[in-house]
Design a protein around this ligand. Structure first.
Ligand code: GLU
Length: 423
């Protein structure tokens, strides 16, 4: 494990998790392992000051980041998150996972990620707009339709993408729809993008279930995080006959052993901003979420949620990583020993960036596809990528995570080796 002077990862921090995952794949890369060190060095990390005038007339400063982890295979691609705990180190890890994800699915992109250390719930809509615009302007020196293309992530959405697109376009004097993805439909957004990440979680889950002989009809599902990813995945599992038995989000944890009625739950979540208080389920203690008896556990919130201690308690047949980096490496080992299949983030939640890719392609060609066409292509790409990863895992007798890294790193490092070192 190598160190960088500008960050101090702790034992459980995301960059360390990522480095461990890279170390685990190196033995399977043959000659290419010679280039492995490149994966441990982000190509470029930009830290920006984001000052805005608050509605009360005061000025507040926020920390903003955009990290381009690897650009060997194409422009940077990855979301922007607004969260009070964002750090440079976290954004580095998220950017690195984007490099792996984009390569695992064979999208023609490198990996990048951005973030602002802010709790957006404390800002008015006007303040949020000013924050987004100033941040976009500051990172404008490295983003662009051919350079690095942001998208939504935690607490960012189509409206925020519209402001980003407009700010970049005003600064460059050209309406550049391809500079961000996840935009509103009439600004060059793609049908199906909002639910694409959750759809990808469902599609990979459906395929994994088929391969391990788990029937979705009647399967018990527990979801942590009920935002854009968790709720869309839950809806699709519900439609496939699965029972959503537990949900945990930032408002609380709820349980219904018989399965929740999603037609009632969804309006409740929209109206109250979370699952807490839903009449069709009982409230339980937060930590009890990890003891819920289920077949499918979907962490779709933040990094580092599946600790070794929780992995020992979890009683699922498989874990679908809707979030990025939800499982610590030691917890991965425990789940593996216990025979619990983990479908890793870099393939499980790749549906979002896959439809972002479709959006980018549609923007360039100014020709837009139907939602059915998008969902069909998403299914095909994700299923094909999972198949290849599964075969790699079987061939080397390794976990799906290490296999996904093997497929991805081979692509990234081959590009790296073929391009060679400059100068
Ligand atoms: N933020 C999403 C992710 O983590 C999507 C990124 C994108 O569409 O570029 O994969």
């Amino acid at each position: 494990m190598s160190t960088l002077s500008y960050i101090q990862p702790t034992a459980t921090s995301p960059w360390r998790t990522y480095l461990t995952q890279v170390d685990r794949v190196l033995p399977y890369l043959g000659e290419l392992a010679r280039w492995g060190e490149t994966l441990k060095h982000p190509k470029r990390a930009l830290i920006v000051d984001v000052p805005i005038e608050l509605d009360d007339g005061n000025v507040a400063h926020f920390e903003g980041f955009r990290v381009q982890h690897n650009l060997s295979r194409g422009p940077g691609k990855g979301g922007v998150r607004f969260h009070q705990d964002v750090t440079l180190e976290e954004v580095m890890a998220l950017a690195a996972w984007m490099s792996i994800k984009n390569a695992a699915v064979n999208l023609p992109y490198g990996g990048a990620k951005g973030g602002i250390r802010v709790d957006p719930a404390t800002l008015s809509k006007k303040e949020l707009e000013r924050l987004t615009r100033r941040y976009t302007s500051e990172i404008g020196i490295i983003i662009g339709p051919q350079n690095d293309i942001p998208a939504p992530d935690l607490n960012t959405n189509p409206q925020i993408m519209a402001w980003m697109m407009d700010t970049y376009s005003m600064n460059t004097g050209v309406t550049a729809t391809g500079v961000v993805t996840g935009k509103p439909i009439h600004l060059g957004g793609s049908l199906g993008r909002v639910k694409a990440t959750g759809r990808g979680v469902f599609v990979t889950g459906r395929e994994a279930a088929r391969r391990i002989g788990l029937e979705l009809d009647g399967a018990r599902v527990a979801v942590q995080g009920f935002g854009n990813v968790g709720s869309a995945a839950a809806e699709l599992f519900g439609q496939a006959g699965a029972k959503i038995v537990a949900i945990q989000d930032h408002t609380g944890t709820i349980l219904n052993d018989q399965g929740m009625d999603l037609a009632d739950l969804m309006p409740h979540v929209r109206a109250h901003g979370g699952a807490s208080g839903f009449k069709g389920a009982e409230k339980i203690a937060g930590e009890s979420f990890w003891d819920v008896k289920c077949d499918i556990l979907i962490p779709a919130a933040l990094e580092g949620q599946l600790t070794p201690e929780r992995a020992r308690r979890a009683c699922a047949k498989m874990v679908l990583e809707g979030a990025n980096g939800p499982t610590l490496p030691e917890a991965d080992d425990i789940l593996n020993e216990r025979g619990i299949l983990v479908v890793p983030d870099v393939i499980c939640n790749a549906g979002g960036v896959t439809v972002s890719y479709f959006e980018w392609v549609q923007d360039f060609s100014s020709f837009f596809w139907t939602e059915d066409e998008i969902n069909m292509r998403l299914d095909k790409i994700v299923v094909g990528a999972l198949k290849r990863i599964w075969e790699t895992a079987d061939r080397h007798r390794i976990t799906l995570r290490t296999a996904a890294f093997a497929v991805a790193c081979e692509r990234i490092l081959t590009a790296r080796a073929e391009r060679g070192l400059y100068p």
